[in-house]
Design a protein around this ligand. Structure first.
Ligand SMILES: Cc1cc2nc3c(=O)[nH]c(=O)nc-3n(C[C@H](O)[C@H](O)[C@H](O)COP(=O)(O)O)c2cc1C
Length: 341
């Protein structure tokens, strides 16, 4: 199956939305979580009737607000929010039109980073500087470059700062994906980074990632919990991962439930990852491949291996990465005409 191309234009029957991301500085540093909860309450009152979906991040004295909605709605939202005394210096760092990335009305992340606001601000300025010169990045890349930029050196001669492998991992057993990330961190002597996400009502979804060099290429592996797969911000990142590794347990009911969860998470997204299935027996793959095909998802059955054998699992992934070539670029053209923001 061929992957659709950015900026993922809406097809016949799909609604086209405007996508916009603004960064702004928080006015104070106290009670930020309470502020975010209050903003969430306002947003859930105002946004859904207008077809607006949004994500709010707060980190290092900055808010990052990603909104998507019908034509004209995002400019009006950002103009209203600009007047809010809880922040200042609002700057647009992405704008595009196409299919929705944000499938849920609201999700948010408060990151406990100790980074100085000036360092975060330098990344905002850099994104804005590039935009002013006609070069911008996918919305997911903008969020990542601001909140969790790659810490590894790029290969020589590589100028695209987002040209690194990204592999999501989920598992039918409770800890399988997180165990693999821990194992990779141990093997490469790297630290595991953790993030917590909140949706419309809760604050309960966790995600861990690790990054390391694999065959000279930077690689980030991100573990997602099964409930986390349905969180708005997490779902929005599925198009950003060329591959999603699925560790099956060998228990048909649990494995089918994981595949159903992934199919639900991928529904209506502009682009979906290739599913890399790992199972202890070849026979487990046929039902799962059928289930994936019914959901319109690409499924690659790896050679049988125990999902608990991290070294053998990673060998399969590594082989796939070698065959799949260099990671896709995240550089996007700016829309013409530009959005009014
Ligand atoms: C960074 C930031 C993002 C915000 N995002 C939204 C939003 O998506 N939708 C919304 O209605 N209000 C949002 N707000 C709050 C609005 O500025 C405004 O306070 C609120 O909508 C007022 O509505 P209310 O009086 O009904 O609470 C945001 C505020 C800030 C500081």
């Amino acid at each position: 199956m061929s992957r659709p191309l950015p900026p993922y234009a809406a097809g016949a029957g799909d609604q086209e939305v405007e996508r916009i991301i603004c960064a702004s500085m928080t006015t104070g540093s106290d009670g930020l979580f309470a502020q975010m909860e209050a903003i969430r309450a306002s947003a859930l009152r105002h946004n859904p009737p207008l077809g607006l979906h949004a994500v709010l991040l707060c980190q290092a004295g900055w808010f990052v607000h990603w909104a998507e909605g019908p034509h004209g709605s995002t400019g009006a939202l950002m103009a209203r929010v600009r007047e809010d005394p809880r922040h200042h210096s609002q700057r647009v760092v992405h704008q595009s039109r196409g299919k929705r990335f944000l499938q849920t009305p609201w999700s948010m992340m408060l990151s406990p980073s100790g980074e100085p606001a000036a360092d975060f601000g330098r990344r905002v300025t850099e994104l804005r500087y590039m935009m002013d010169r006609g070069r911008q990045f996918a919305p997911t890349s903008v969020i990542r470059r601001l909140s969790a930029p790659l810490q590894l050196p790029l290969p020589d001669g590589e100028s695209d700062p987002e040209a690194f492998h990204r592999v999501g991992v989920c598992s039918a057993s409770p800890n399988g994906a997180f165990d693999l990330v821990r194992w990779l961190a141990h093997r490469h002597d790297e630290a595991v980074a953790s993030r917590r996400f909140a949706g419309e009502a809760d604050m309960d979804s966790g995600s861990d990632y690790v990054e390391f060099l694999e065959d000279g290429q930077p690689c980030r592996v991100i573990a997602v919990s099964r409930p986390g797969l349905l969180h708005g911000l997490r779902r929005a990142f599925l198009p950003d991962w060329p591959q999603l590794l699925m560790l099956f347990s060998g228990q048909p009911r649990h494995d089918a439930a994981l595949m159903a969860r992934v199919a639900e998470a991928c529904e209506n997204l502009p682009c979906t990852p290739t599913l890399l299935g790992v199972a202890a027996s070849a026979s487990a793959h046929s039902t799962l491949a059928r289930q994936a095909a019914q959901a319109g998802l690409d499924y690659v059955a790896t050679d049988p291996v125990s999902p608990l054998d991290c070294a053998a699992v990673w060998d399969r992934v590594r082989e796939h990465l070698r065959n799949s070539g260099p990671p896709p670029s995240s550089v996007w053209a700016l829309p013409t005409p530009r959005l009014a923001a």
